[in-house]
Structure formats: C-alpha cells, structure tokens
Design a protein around this ligand. Structure first.
Ligand code: NAD
Ligand code: TYD
Length: 353
C-alpha cells in the first residue's frame, strides 16, 4: 500500500509527509513541480528514507499522473498542490486557474481512469482527498455564525475562486462518476516551513531583519488560525474515517485580528530575542495600503469533524505560535535560503521596496 501526495514540498504538504511517516511506514509518492513555494529542504530529514519517493512534475501532466497511479497503485491520492497566496493571485490569476482548476481536473481524470482499471476491491477502497480552504465561503460579517459545511460558496479572490472551482469539480466527479472523494476546508495555517510571504512568517522574518511589519488597512480583519500539525492530523483522520462524498471543515477555534497576531509575535520575540536597543518589535508595525477585495472575517465551525470523526486540535494558538516563532529562530538558514533574489523581487513588487 502507498499514498500519492501532490504538493508535498510545500508548507502543509511537507509537514503532512513528515507527520505521516512518524505515524506509519506506508510509503508516500510525492509529486511536486517545485514552484517558488516548493522546497525540498523541508524534507531533508527524509534523505535516504525509502518510504519517501519524490517525483518532480506537474499535476496537470495527465500521462505522468496516470503512470504514477498505475506504477505505484496507491490506495489514496491527497491533493495539496496549488498556488496558494491571495496577493499573488491578485497580481497574476492565470497561474491559479492553471494549477488549481486545470491541475485538479487532470488529477480527477487520472484518478477516474485508474479506479476504472482496478480490481473491484481495490477500486472501492481508493479515495481522492482534496485539500481546500475556508476562503471558498467568502467573508463573514462581525458576529455572524462561523462557516459550516452547508454555508454558501461565495469566493472573493482569484485564489479562493480557483479553489472553489476545484472543489466543485471534485464534488461533480463523485456525483457523476462515483469517484470516492473527500474534501477538507481548513482555516489559516501557521507553523514550520511556511514561506515568508504569508503574514506570520513574513512578520517574524521582517522583525528580525529590522524591517517594517506591514499590516493591511486597519489590521482588524479576522482569521481563524490552526497549527499546521493539527491540520495534518485532521487530514489523516478524514482519510481514515471520512464518509466518501462529504466535506469536512477544519479549524482551531482561534479567531484573531491580524493586529493581535502581529502584536503577539512581537511580544514573543521581545522575550526570546530582544532588540538590541531594548525597544519592542511593535515599534516596527506599519499600516500599509489594504489588499483589494480583502475579506473581513473567516471563522470555521469545526463541529462536524469533532462530532462525527472525533478530531480535535492539540495546540491552542498560544502554544502553537510559540513553537512557530522558536522554529524560525532555530532555522535561520532555511529562511536565508528561501529569501533569495526571486523572493526580494516579490517583496519589492508587493510592498514597494
Ligand atoms: P504552498 O504554496 O506552500 O505549497 C504548494 C505546493 O504545491 C508547492 O510545493 C508547489 O511547488 C506545489 N505546486 C503548485 N502547483 C503545482 C502543480 N501544478 N503541480 C505540482 N505541484 C504544484 O501551499 P500550502 O500553504 O502548503 O497549501 C497547500 C494546500 O492547502 C493548498 O491546496 C491550499 O489551497 C490549501 N490550504 C492552505 C491553507 C494555508 O493557510 N496555507 C489553509 C487551508 C488550505
Ligand atoms: P495571508 O497570510 O496572506 O493569508 P490569507 O490571505 O489566505 O488569509 O494573510 C493573513 C491575513 O493577514 C490577511 O487578512 C491579510 C493580512 N496580511 C497583512 O496584513 N499584511 C501582510 O503583509 C500579509 C502578507 C497579510
């Protein structure tokens, strides 16, 4: 038995593979095209480990995916691969349409074909697990109840629209072709190996470099934060116990404003790595122009996965964020390696130098 993971060199995919192989000896075939966000350094601890088979390639390459399925006969395909950054989707939506919509479509086609060619038993056990986001539900008003699995899809950014489209394709392949699928919609993740374009690693990196901590608009937008290893345990749980055709919301019950998040990071850094002038890192907070179409609030009701599958997060925001800051302090070489020329071009473009 084996599983096929796509996007396993990215932030969540690499954490998932590391956690998977801590809990199981079942091999993982990791298909990743290695965009700017894909980094094999996340997986260096698996060097020489025969349970991890890396394949560089695109999920949109139908022949390659079909060959991998036929050659390895995995019992599940877990799709993490995507373009994932909202700000980049505003500058260049085309990549998001290609990777997230066309890519998922090709994976579904390959999976449909693979399942059709399998023996009865194996075919009924196969599962396509699609990793998605709470952003497909759009923006919540203050005080409105958190998103449930029956909330309406109202995506507002090219990123969330492309993820919503991919979720719909996954759903359609279940209803039309009987492909056993599971979809997870998770809130904002944070933790080790997150590329420093996203709020939390960007602010840790900028704080230590003495640079501004850019807060969009008034900083009172709300996100629901989940430690990445809790997301990984939820996906394992859904894979083993989820009902084919169902969606599962995953979240940490941790609604915070962006300003609260950035201030918390500053306070932890003030304790762990005080500034040489004795001032707080909060001095570096700068309010910058807001993101166009910025969703005001996301909140996930994770009651279904808790009640039906017995999953709960292990970390609170307070424990998870401390672990995260410590990881970045301990892994400055990783940060240095990913903040290369291409990274600096992105920062110049997004924040005007
Ligand atoms: P990421 O950007 O860190 O990693 C994405 C990975 O996918 C990279 O390794 C990249 O090389 C690979 N990839 C991109 N296009 C590909 C293609 N066409 N073929 C093969 N590989 C490709 O993203 P992430 O934060 O790890 O997110 C993983 C998944 O989880 C995404 O589907 C995302 O929508 C979803 N998600 C993310 C969050 C979050 O907070 N980061 C929350 C909920 C859901
Ligand atoms: P991000 O990490 O990009 O995740 P998402 O947009 O998928 O929620 O951003 C999290 C929140 O932080 C979001 O409301 C935008 C905000 N943000 C800033 O205020 N400044 C920044 O430099 C970035 C990258 C994000």
């Amino acid at each position: 038995m084996a599983i096929l993971v796509t996007g396993g060199a990215g932030f969540i995919g690499s954490n998932f593979i590391l956690e998977w192989l801590k809990h199981s000896d079942e091999p993982v075939i990791n298909l990743d095209v290695l965009t700017y966000a894909g980094n094999l350094e996340n997986l260096t601890s698996l060097a020489g480990d025969a349970r991890h088979i890396f394949v560089k390639g695109n999920i949109g390459d139908l022949d390659l995916v079909s060959d991998l399925l036929a050659g390895h006969q995995p019992r599940a395909l877990l799709n993490f691969a995507a373009e994932s950054h909202v700000d980049r989707s505003i500058h260049g939506p085309e990549d998001f349409v290609q990777a997230n919509i066309v890519g998922t479509f090709r994976l579904l086609e390959a999976a449909r074909d693979y399942r059709g060619g399998q023996a009865q038993d194996a075919a009924s056990n196969f599962c396509f697990l699609h990793v998605s986001t709470d952003e497909v539900y759009g923006s919540l008003a203050e005080g409105a109840p958190a998103f449930t699995e029956s909330s309406r899809y109202e995506p507002n950014s090219p990123y969330s629209a492309s993820k919503a489209a991919s979720d719909h394709l996954v759903r359609a392949y279940h209803h039309t072709y009987g492909l056993p699928v599971l979809t997870t919609n998770c809130s904002n993740n944070y933790g080790p190996c997150q590329f420093p374009e996203k709020l939390i690693p960007l602010c840790i990196h900028n704080a230590l470099a003495g640079k501004p901590l850019p807060v969009y608009g008034d900083g009172l937008q709300i996100r629901d934060w989940l430690y990445v290893k809790d997301h990984c345990s939820a996906i394992r749980c859904v894979l083993e116990k989820g009902k084919p055709g169902d969606m599962y919301n995953i979240g940490g019950w941790n609604e915070k404003t962006n300003l609260e998040v950035v201030r918390t990071l500053c306070l932890i850094l003030d304790q762990c790595k005080p500034r040489s002038d004795g001032k707080s890192y909060q001095e570096q907070i700068v309010f910058v122009q807001d993101r166009p179409g910025h969703d005001r609030r996301y909140a996930i009701d994770a009651g279904k996965i808790e009640r039906q599958l017995g999953w709960k997060p292990a970390e609170t925001f307070e424990t998870g964020i401390r672990k995260t800051v410590q990881w970045y302090l301990d892994n400055q070489t990783w940060v240095k390696n990913v903040t290369s020329g291409a990274y600096r071009n992105w920062v110049d473009r997004q924040y005007g130098g």
